[in-house]
Structures are given as C-alpha cells and as structure tokens.
Design a protein around this ligand. Structure first.
Ligand SMILES: Cc1cc2nc3c(=O)[nH]c(=O)nc-3n(C[C@H](O)[C@H](O)[C@H](O)COP(=O)(O)OP(=O)(O)OC[C@H]3O[C@@H](n4cnc5c(N)ncnc54)[C@H](O)[C@@H]3O)c2cc1C
Length: 462
C-alpha cells in the first residue's frame, strides 16, 4: 500500500456516500442484521438493486433484547468515529435518537477520572451520544430498513453456494429451507460466525484465528434518573481505578445518561474480579467511588444487574488466506472482536463499511477474491487491535512479571507518559482521545513533539 496507514485511516474515518452510486449488483446479501450488517447494508444500498439482510433473530418490536447478541444488555459506547460515520450515511440519525430519548452530551458534560482525580475540562473535544445498545440498534434498523431497496429476511444462514469460484447464493433455514441467489455477500454474523468453517468445508482457505486471552467481567444495571437531560452537569463518566484506590476489584466503571430518564452504570473487573453481581453489591461498590456513581445508583433500579464475561480478543486473518471465493467479504466482529472496554466494536464496523464503500467504487473486478477490500480493512483491524491488545498485553505482562523486549518496553513507556500527562494537559488528552475515539490512527501518538510535551508536563508536576 503506497499511502501511509495514518492517511488511509483518516480517509476511512472521513468517508461519505458516493455522489452517485454505481449499480454493480442485482442482489447483495448481508448475513446478520446487527450493527455491522446494517451499516454494510447502507453502503450496499448505493450499489445493488436490492439488499437482503438475513437475520435469525426476530427483530419485531422497537427495542429488541435478543438471543443472537447476548452482549446488548451491557453498556455500549458509540465513540465519535462511529457516530460521525452514521450521521454522514444516515443523516438525521442523531436528532432522531435524541428525540426518542438518547442524550447528546456536550464535551463539558463528559467526565474522566483516574483513582478519583479528574481530567481537566477541555480534554474531551467531542459530543457523545449515549443510549442503551438495543435502543441504538433499533434506531439504526429503522433508518436502514426505511431505504427502499433494503429488506430483512428472517432466517438462519446455513451455508454458501458457488459458481466459478465466486459466491453465487446463500442457503438458509427460515419457515422453510431456501436458497437466495446473490451477486455479492457480506458476512456480518458476529464473533461466532461459521463462515471460516464453511469456507474450509467448501475447499477454500480457512482464515487463521489469533486470540489474546484477557478475561473481563462486566456488570451493568439501570437506575431511574430524576434530572432531565438538559439539566445534567455530567452526561457520561469514565473512571479507571488501581487496586490502591480500593474499588472492590473494579478496574473500570462508567455511568451514562440514557433513554427513558435512566442512568446506565457499568462496573468492570479483570480475571477473577467479578464486581457487583447483585444490586446490593453493586450499590455498595459504587458508594466507594466518585460522586457521579454514588448519585446515579441512588434511584430505583429499572433493570437489575446483568453480568457478562468475555474470555478473549480475537481476529481472523482474511489477508493471509490464499484461496478465498470472489464476491465475498466479512465485516464487524466476524473479522475482529476486541476487549469491549475500549468501545471499538460498533465504530470498527462503521470503518469496515467505509472499506466496503471504497472497494465498491474502486473499479475492482468481482471475478477474483476481494483482496483489495481485506487489505484496506486490515488497516482498521490493526489500529483497533493495537489499542486493545496493546493495553491488554501490557497489563498481563506487568501482572506476570514477563521480560519484554526493549522496543516494546520503550513504546509502552511512551504511551504511559502520554496517558499520565493526559490527566492534566488538555492537548495531550485530546490527542489520546482522538485515538480512543477511533478518529486518528494510534501511530499518531508516536509523534515526538507530543511525547516531549507529555514528558515536560509530568516533570513540571514532580
Ligand atoms: C460486553 C460487551 C460490551 C461491548 N461494548 C461495546 C461498546 O461500548 N462500544 C462498541 O462500539 N462496541 C462494544 N461491544 C462490541 C459490539 O457489541 C459489537 O462490535 C457490535 O455488536 C457489532 O457486532 P456485529 O454486528 O459484527 O456482530 P453482532 O452484534 O454479534 O451480531 C451478529 C448478528 O448476526 C446474527 N447471526 C449470527 N449467526 C447467524 C446465522 N447463521 N444466520 C442469521 N443470522 C445470524 C446474530 O443474530 C446477530 O444479529 C461490546 C461487546 C461486548 C461483548
């Protein structure tokens, strides 16, 4: 790739719909109708006469809590790269979500704390839209299925069919078994996608899986919020805690104002730390945390604590697979799913959709594998992986006393300086947030001037 990864990343973040869609396909089929599938369907709607999203769950009802996406009851932060992408491709999304109860918090309403100390105001430069995950998904589904050429077929996808080494149809089991002829297929079946297995069975390469063990335990509950959204001093807060702070095994906690005048509150512990499994425990832990957590958990419980454990981050290497069928790509968690605490999943899916758009307008031939798509997507996957897996390996190495190579040690030291300085310097904080918010590539943090500034900030505090 000639362009640097940072400039490719910038272009993917800024991508908007084409001025005029090029008609490429009669039928495009998206497997899985969750966030990644819906965003891919939006892109395909500019290039296919019809787009059929095949989803096994019943999506009727405004706000579905469903078996196919067990994580939906946990906090889902839509970081700015994702929100901006959605607003560009589905104009009016933010206002519609707000009209229905989501909260758009101004930068001054976003609070970041570490062991109870607060980051300076001005360290966050973007507004954050906060809402429950089922609510966000329902709004997306309404917007995408309102497009005249997008429809949803309720069925379980059971496999693919091929002609001349290109995908030609999707086999499914709905009310009855059926086959849907398709000119282009997108796998958006999430972390548990069976695509790799089907490819192997059908004589193609199975993309290798890389896993990073990093057990993480979520506990999330909802509470009544007496204040109206406009009266809120804080609309969302993120707290990180070291064991010295004594937050009963909580390493990370968030609280956000969401629809129906509620607070959604999340506690996270790593490894064997499983904080707050009952409402009483949950409130007890929050009582020892900064004020916003104490306030938010005072109201009546509107949804009891739900816990969730994820054992690992994983990604599938489509670039390294030599023999793939043509007319097939994969997006979202089906390709890479990270330690969720970094809030990258939905926004990664948005950037994968940008890759799809760029591939479709790129004049590529569809009689060979979508190598150009997967190369582009790897830029996004590598960037998200660097943030999440980088943080996890550093934590695990420190925990296990692992001897790490000098260059890794140096990179980690630099990141530590930036994170420490971000607690008191808004320029460093904004550069760090831009990466956390997936607006800039993590390599931008390696800028020597930024590191120099971070070191100077820390020195002044000594
Ligand atoms: C605890 C937790 C917290 C998270 N927090 C955040 C966060 O704060 N911010 C963020 O951006 N992301 C977060 N994520 C990640 C986020 O949930 C996903 O990245 C996001 O849902 C996009 O995933 P997806 O659409 O690729 O897959 P999924 O959401 O898993 O959806 C896959 C879809 O495919 C369907 N499907 C599967 N198999 C078949 C089949 N055979 N036939 C038909 N349909 C099928 C499923 O029913 C489902 O609808 C979190 C994840 C977890 C686990």
């Amino acid at each position: 790739m000639v362009d640097s990864v940072t400039s490719v990343f910038d272009e993917l973040v800024a991508a908007g719909p084409p001025d005029a869609g090029t008609p490429l396909f009669d039928t495009a089929c998206v497997l899985g109708g969750s966030v990644a599938g819906l965003l891919a369907a939006r892109v395909l709607s500019d290039h296919a006469r019809r787009v059929v999203v095949v989803e096994r769950d019943n999506l009727d009802g405004a706000v579905a809590i469903r078996a196919g996406v067990p994580q939906v009851q946990q906090v889902h932060a839509l970081v700015p790269a994702g929100l901006q992408w959605i607003e560009r491709w589905l104009p009016g999304f933010t206002q519609d979500a707000q009209d229905k109860g989501a909260v758009l918090g101004a930068p001054a309403q976003v609070l970041i704390t570490h062991d109870g100390s607060y980051r300076p105001s001005g360290s966050v430069a973007h507004s954050l839209l906060t809402a429950g995950r089922p609510f966000l998904e329902a709004r997306l589904r309404e917007a995408v299925t309102a497009l005249p050429n997008v429809s949803v077929l309720r069925a379980r996808v059971a496999g693919l069919e091929y002609r001349d080494d290109a995908v030609s149809a999707v086999r499914y089991v709905g009310d009855e078994p059926g086959v849907l002829a398709a000119d282009f297929v997108v796998d958006a079946m999430g972390r548990g996608s069976r695509l790799a297995k089907w490819l192997e069975q059908d004589g193609f390469d199975k993309p290798a899986v890389e896993r990073l063990q990093s057990p993480i335990n979520y506990a999330t509950a909802l509470f009544e919020r007496p204040e109206r959204a406009v009266d809120l001093e804080v609309s969302t807060a993120l707290g990180t805690f070291t064991p010295q702070y004594g937050a009963d095994g909580v390493s990370i906690a968030t609280v956000s104002a969401v629809e129906d005048e509620q607070w959604i509150v999340m506690l996270v512990g790593f490894g064997e730390d499983r904080p707050g499994a009952t409402t009483d425990e949950f409130r007890k832990v929050c009582a020892g945390m900064p004020q916003i957590w104490r306030e938010a958990t005072k109201g009546a419980v509107t949804r009891d604590v739900v816990t969730y454990r994820q054992a690992d981050s994983r990604r599938r290497d489509f670039v390294g697979a030599n023999r793939l069928p043509a007319r097939l790509v994969a997006v979202g968690d089906a390709v890479a799913s990270f330690n969720p605490i970094y809030g990258q999943g939905m926004s990664s899916a948005a950037l994968h959709a940008s890759c799809l758009s760029r591939y479709l307008v790129g004049g590529h031939r569809f009689d060979s594998p979508a190598t150009a798509f997967f190369d582009l997507q790897q830029v996004v996957v590598d960037a998200a992986w660097a943030v999440s897996a980088g943080g996890d390996t550093a934590r695990l190495d420190a925990l296990n006393g692992t001897d790490v190579p000098e260059d890794v040690r140096r990179r980690r030291w630099a990141l530590e300086q930036i994170m420490t300085a971000a607690m008191s310097d808004s320029t460093v904080a904004q550069a760090f947030n831009n990466v956390s918010f997936m607006l800039r590539h993590p390599d931008t943090l390696a800028d020597p001037a930024l590191l120099e500034r971070a070191v100077a900030v820390i020195k002044r505090q000594l």
